[in-house]
Design a protein around this ligand. Structure first.
Ligand code: BGC
Length: 482
């Protein structure tokens, strides 16, 4: 096998064939994320039309909004087991089918009950995709661009949210059925893409199909690196197979616990620092900050939240493998903290100023604050959390552990979405934003103390790091940082 192509300093795969396969894998990951984002964002534009059509009150609206999250939570829990048993591709395929099925059920629903079922079905698709797409991407991506490929997934989520905001803006709210139906198109593309890409080589090794594993690996690896990669994966899987099939008990065992805490902690901090309160309720926040017309609220939401989210995610895609995960997370949390405090202060000032002038100052502060907040989230916690979750677990428990961390993420998202309005009514806007800011401080301490840098490490090396004690320092002991 030729080795002339393996130059470690080269950033992108050089052979065209490898590049094409990696691109296909990135595209599949992209469409899975796009659907995730679209189905999250679409409700903001559709809700008004739905409540007009079905004449439903706020409880039904809450159910329609939150059942996607609920479906995602349930599916996330079984996604890992299914992906370990059947492979990554069948589960991604199932996600595509659920996206299409959910879109059709929602579009034709004769009443709110069927619509809620459609939301739940879509949620199952979102849950499967949110666990398996980053996992598959991490397992298949060449190591030196792994972070970049996995953060493509986040880019796609933000793009999906932005697309949903645009569709909500272009169509009238009466066209809510079309808004839902449109999600079937990327669903079909996802299924076609999954047909084309190879199954995860790591999964093949795990189930003992080493010939298939080699074929799959050859597609995404420079020829000179295939043997070493395969040997690394095989050694890792052999060591783990000697201990038997991983149980749920093992996911919580002391051996995995540190990695589990890192993944679950990051998943929860990603949500309790307020991102989805802003994604779902941006218009309401802008309204209470003094933007009076519905048009100005939708425009502010579309650009300040939707577009900023997409653009800032590019920063992460570009720098995650260069700067590393920790610096991005820490810088992002500082930006989120400062901007949340600014929004909190803005609202505190507003309650003392009853004049229209006061309200417009608050409007400007809120707008700038939310732009900085979304940008800071989008280059840090947004993509980096999913990247780290997909790479820190031992292969044997990876499916289950990623599921668990993702379910924790959905659980936290559900709670924040469910209680944000109640919270603002109870303690006020200002205190709510200060509370989110306080969570950023805790998040900063958590990352500083517990989250190891995984940039430039193979999944097997990351495993070694946990085996050697799993402290952040243990990197320094095992090998110099690249
Ligand atoms: C989060 C979602 C959030 C999105 C916003 C993702 O990383 O998991 O809950 O809506 O980022 O871009």
């Amino acid at each position: 096998m030729s080795t002339e192509q393996s130059a470690p300093e080269v950033e992108t795969p050089r052979s065209k064939a490898v590049f094409r396969w990696v691109l296909m894998i990135a595209l599949v990951t992209f469409f899975a994320g796009l659907l995730f984002g679209y189905d999250q964002g679409v409700i903001s534009g559709a809700l008004k039309g739905i409540s007009n059509s079905f004449k439903v009150g706020s409880f039904a609206q809450e159910v329609i909004t939150s059942w996607v999250t609920l479906g995602a939570l349930i599916a996330a829990l079984v996604a890992g087991i299914s992906a370990d048993r059947f492979g990554r591709r069948p589960v991604l395929m199932a996600a595509g089918v659920l996206f299409i099925g959910g879109a059709i059920i929602q579009a034709v629903s004769p009443g709110v009950e069927v619509l809620a079922v459609g939301r739940l079905v879509t949620g199952f698709g979102v849950g499967f995709a949110s666990v398996i797409a980053p996992l598959y991407a991490a397992e298949m991506a060449p190591q030196r661009i792994r972070g970049r490929i996995v953060s493509t997934y986040q880019l796609a989520i933000t793009f999906g949210i932005f697309l949903a905001y645009i569709v909500g803006d272009v169509l009238s709210s009466a066209d809510w059925r079309t808004m839902f139906l449109l999600a079937a198109v990327p669903g079909v593309i996802l299924i076609i893409g999954v047909f084309i890409v190879p199954e995860s080589s790591r999964w093949y090794v795990k189930v003992g199909r080493s010939k298939d594993a080699r074929e799959s690996l050859e597609k995404v690896t420079e020829p000179g690196d295939v043997d070493k990669e395969l040997a690394d994966v095989q050694a890792q899987v052999d060591a783990e197979a000697a201990e038997g099939e991983a149980s749920w008990g093992e996911v919580f065992s002391p051996r995995v616990r540190k990695a589990l805490i890192v993944g679950v902690g990051l998943a929860i901090f990603q949500q309790i620092t307020g991102i989805n309160a802003i994604i779902y309720y941006a218009s309401k926040i802008f309204a209470s900050a003094g933007l009076v017309s519905t048009q100005s609220q939708t425009t502010a939401t579309l650009y300040c939240v939707g577009l900023t989210n997409v653009l800032a995610t590019f920063i992460a895609v570009a720098y995650i493998d260069r700067f590393g995960r920790r610096p991005l997370l820490l810088m992002g949390l500082v930006g989120m903290f400062i901007s949340l405090c600014a929004v909190g202060l803005g609202f505190a000032t507003q309650s003392r100023l009853d004049s229209g002038a006061g309200a417009s100052i608050v409007g400007i502060i809120t707008m700038v604050g939310l732009v900085v907040f979304i940008a800071s989230f989008a280059f840090s916690l947004g993509p980096v959390v999913w990247t780290i979750i997909s790479e820190i677990y031992p292969a044997r428990v990876r499916g289950k552990a990623v599921s668990f961390a993702t379910a924790a993420n959905w659980g936290a998202a559900f709670l924040v979405a469910q209680f944000f309005l109640t919270l603002t009514e109870g303690i006020g806007n200002s205190a709510t934003f200060f509370l989110f800011a306080a969570m950023c401080v805790l998040g900063f301490i958590f990352v500083w103390r517990y989250v190891p840098e995984t940039r430039g490490r193979s999944l097997e090396e990351i495993q070694e790091m946990w085996n050697k004690g799993g402290s952040i320092k243990s990197w320094d002991e095992t090998a110099p940082r690249p």
